[in-house]
Design a protein around this ligand. Structure first.
Ligand code: TXA
Ligand code: MG
Length: 340
């Protein structure tokens, strides 16, 4: 299969919509990361997404909408908080889990009786969903286990020959995937942190719980609330270590331990340790979210063997950055302050 790169002209978006309407899969831009989209109601089409990614069948897909009325065909029950959350955060990087309707095939929901729904804010994503006239199931457009792609080129790197087309809508703005929430009691539980932060959700919800799987490893046999959390994720080929502690302690740790083939993953150039190669991905949590996945891919291209990463903040969107880097590191954290 030859993978076509499409731009955002009306003609090209119509061509992409034609592929989706006839049961195919297309790489599409969203404000979080690129997605692999197919008709969420078409089990055969959705199976092609799982095949293209090499994704385990029990990991459910998020269903994307371009108008609130589409929810009624996807969910069998809409929790009362959805209205306020949608008003405040949609279109945007928030996925809400609800009981699924009969119309959503079990393939789409990974065998669950619930479905994650998201209204993306990327204008191209919105236009495409509108042109298709059906909600689109779309996981991140990476091969299963690789960092999510934040540009059409990175989708091509993973999906060339596996899908018929990719729509190039520029770089993804947020850079990490959407916040996934489930409804619980009078509030919500964050299953995956993202661009809509805990602090922002608290403006609308009486209570917000961060699921223990966000910061802790889930054993592969455990029943995860969000199946995606139990899989190794975002992993570059390099062995990543998160070095927790002050900048001084970080520098000392790297100076003592660095060998040929090692690379530092820094927030800014000023943190570099003499002679050790480095990549910077941003000073603020927002910049870090935007740049993390691309940085992980560049580390692989450079053939880094071991990566010493500075430890992100855990407030605001920093929690999403920390959650992703923890998985990239296979939960390997080193406390540099207590090293001799
Ligand atoms: O920003 C995003 O959410 C991107 C773009 C393309 O929209 N999509 C994305 O999809 O990240 P994916 O499939 O890579 O991640 C979806 C996550 C997985 O961890 C999955 O287990 C969880 O959401 N999820 C989806 N439906 C769920 C459900 N019904 N119950 C629990 N977790 C669910
Ligand atoms: Mg993904």
């Amino acid at each position: 299969m030859i993978t076509r790169m499409l731009g955002c002209s009306v003609k090209e978006l119509e061509a992409a919509a034609e592929i989706i309407k006839s049961g195919g899969v297309v790489g599409i831009p969203t404000e979080t990361v690129y997605g692999l989209a197919a008709n969420a109601f078409d089990a055969e089409a959705v199976r092609k997404i799982f095949a293209a990614k090499g994704r385990p069948a029990d990991n459910p897909l998020i269903v994307h909408i371009s108008s609130l009325s589409m929810i009624n065909d996807i969910a069998s029950y809409v929790p009362p908080l959805v209205g306020d959350l949608a008003k405040r955060f949609w279109p945007g990087p928030l996925t809400m889990i609800m009981p699924k309707s009969e119309k959503i095939p079990l393939v789409t929901s990974g065998g669950l009786d619930t479905v994650g729904i998201r209204f993306p804010s990327h204008p191209v994503a919105m236009r495409l969903i509108g042109l298709c006239g059906v909600p689109l199931a779309a996981p991140s457009a990476n091969l299963s286990g690789s960092p999510s792609p934040t540009s059409a080129k990175r989708v091509f790197d993973d999906m060339n020959g596996r899908i018929p087309a990719i729509v190039d809508g520029g770089e993804s703005d947020v850079g990490v995937e959407s916040t996934v929430i489930a409804f619980e009691g009078d509030g919500v539980r964050i299953l995956r942190p993202g661009g809509i932060t805990r602090e922002m959700l608290l403006e609308v919800c009486p209570s917000v719980t961060v699921d223990s799987g966000v910061l802790n490893e889930i054993s592969p046999d455990a029943v995860a609330r969000s199946p995606g959390m139990k899989y190794k994720h975002y992993a570059p080929k390099a062995e990543v270590r998160i070095i927790r502690g002050s900048l001084e302690a970080y520098r000392e740790y790297v100076a003592k331990n660095a060998q040929d083939g090692d690379c530092c993953l820094l927030f800014s150039e000023s943190e570099a340790v003499g002679g050790v190669p480095y990549i910077c991905y941003g000073k603020s949590s927002k910049e870090q979210a935007h740049g993390l996945f691309e940085a992980l891919r560049v580390l692989d291209e450079r053939g880094a063997k071991r990566v010493f990463a500075r430890c992100p903040e855990t407030d605001g969107v920093g929690l999403a950055v920390y959650n992703r880097i923890l998985r990239a590191a296979g939960f390997c954290i080193i406390d540099s302050e207590v090293q001799e």
